[in-house]
Design a protein around this ligand. Structure first.
Ligand SMILES: Nc1ncnc2c1ncn2[C@@H]1O[C@H](COP(=O)(O)OP(=O)(O)OP(=O)(O)O)[C@@H](O)[C@H]1O
Length: 435
């Protein structure tokens, strides 16, 4: 089956959008059962659905155009980008259902929602600490029974936490007469001290009509191991897109989807921009051609680069890198970065840097902030260098220089590193790459 399926218009597109019954019927005719709305963005709503033949959960983003959907630049940019970019940290496309005024993008479902919600502590019901699993959120989702089978003992449904430590223990959840969910300790997916019960959120999404309520209390800092991994993954997705000459232009935490505590993916390519013309003949010519500047100043306020906010024609790749730094700030702070870049730089450069939560290795994070400051102050002109240095200084990440990155910024990177005599590890890495 191809990616694109053109739909006959059985109902007027707008009727399908306005009536839940017709929308559900439309999905069913295409092989999916509607579960619930899981997101509302400025370009369209997102729904979780279940494939009628396999039972697998997917997400459907419904984009509506005023006129012909194929003339809607944003819808087409998103479709083209998702079909073109295949990377483990970019949300995967299953198929597109295309009507005259409607495009439905069927893609992988992120069971843990987006990074913004996760960081703001609104969605932690699916992320448990390694040994202590809180069931309050599960029970409040109208699950009418659960049991913990550990040998002879069945835990009381009133108990709001349980400990799974023995591999033979199993957790079992049941909802009405529909389906049940079972997992054992061995099914737990671990990343640092975060644990996710594989498939639990899929199960909850399919059998519960209402989303879980947000837990009260202040947001806690994100687990450093999650932060480090998530940041590397977003960066790797973005570097990959940039190497394809595509800029995302809307990098912000609501566009980072959390699949598991050890896997995030970049999504929402509606503002995606091709920085170099595909028609340029050879690869060499393409690589040496200057990037096309953007002159539409979109994106999410707190995350857009200063040049975008000043509405100056801008190069979209470095602007993405600014946004990436802002996402790192958000993960560290559980708060959006200040709107004024001056305030951001002052905060970051502050000697006692109050911005760093106590859980983090202050030295590493300070190094990272120092790198951010340099990049933000445009002392490092090349965004790729910024990405590489940030990964290296912040998370001690091994550097892989692709030929493209090396050709474009290897020399500058080398020059920069030579000035930083304290960073011997990085110097070693760069020397190895330059042999
Ligand atoms: N594949 C998915 N799995 C789970 N949730 C998703 C998925 N895609 C989107 N969402 C949820 O829906 C929200 C809106 O989706 P998306 O950002 O793609 O829409 P948009 O209209 O482009 O929004 P924006 O206003 O950010 O431009 C996301 O923030 C996320 O919470």
């Amino acid at each position: 089956m191809g990616l694109l399926s053109l739909q006959r218009e059985t109902h007027h597109s707008m009727e399908v959008v306005q009536s839940r019954k017709l929308w559900s019927k439309f999905l069913r005719a295409n092989g999916y059962q509607l579960v619930r709305c899981i997101g509302q963005g400025s370009f369209g709503d997102v729904y979780s659905v279940k494939c009628l033949t396999t039972g697998k959960a997917w997400a459907v983003k419904r984009l509506v155009a005023r006129h012909d959907i194929q003339e809607d630049n944003y819808a087409m940019a998103e479709i083209e980008a998702l079909a073109y970019i295949q990377h483990p940290m970019v949300v995967g496309l299953k198929e597109i259902l295309l009507c005259p005024r409607l495009a439905c993008i069927v893609m992988q479902l992120a069971p843990l929602g987006n990074l913004e919600v996760l960081v703001r502590n609104e969605h932690r019901h699916a992320v448990f600490s390694a040994t202590d699993i809180t069931l309050t959120d599960i029970t409040s989702r109208k699950l009418n029974s659960y049991s913990l089978d550990c040998g002879q003992q069945i835990a009381s449904p009133k108990k709001d936490s349980l400990t799974l430590s023995n591999p033979s223990e199993r957790i079992k959840l049941e909802h009405g007469d529909k389906t049940s969910y079972e997992a054992s300790v061995t099914d737990l997916n671990r990343q640092g001290n975060l644990v996710c019960l594989e498939g639990l959120d899929d199960y909850l999404a399919l059998c519960c009509s209402t989303p879980a309520p947000s837990p009260s209390g202040p947001a806690q800092a994100v687990d450093p191991s999650f932060l480090s991994l998530a940041f590397k993954q977003i960066t790797s997705a973005l570097v990959f897109c940039h190497d394809l000459n595509l800029a995302h232009r809307d990098v912000n935490p609501s566009n980072v989807l959390v699949f598991r505590p050890d896997l995030v993916k970049l999504a929402d390519f509606g503002l995606c921009f091709r920085c170099r013309n595909r028609e340029n003949t050879t690869e060499n010519e393409r690589n040496s051609a200057p990037d096309t500047l953007c002159a539409d100043y979109l994106g999410r306020d707190h995350y857009t680069a200063p040049e975008v906010r000043r509405q100056e024609p801008f190069n979209a790749k470095p602007a993405d890198v600014w946004s990436l730094g802002c996402v790192l700030y958000f993960m560290l702070q559980s708060n959006h970065p200040p709107l004024q870049s001056g305030d951001l730089l002052d905060g970051v450069a502050d000697e006692d840097c109050q911005l760093i939560p106590a859980e983090y290795d202050v030295t590493l994070v300070k190094k990272c902030f120092a790198t951010l400051v340099q990049a933000f102050a445009n002392k490092i002109p090349n965004h790729n260098i910024f990405i590489i240095l940030m990964l290296q200084t912040c998370f001690n990440h091994t550097i892989f220089l692709t030929p493209y990155v090396w050709n474009n910024c290897g020399r500058q990177l080398f020059a920069h590193v030579l000035c930083d005599t304290t960073n011997e590890h990085l110097q070693g890495q760069v020397k190895n790459q330059s042999k």
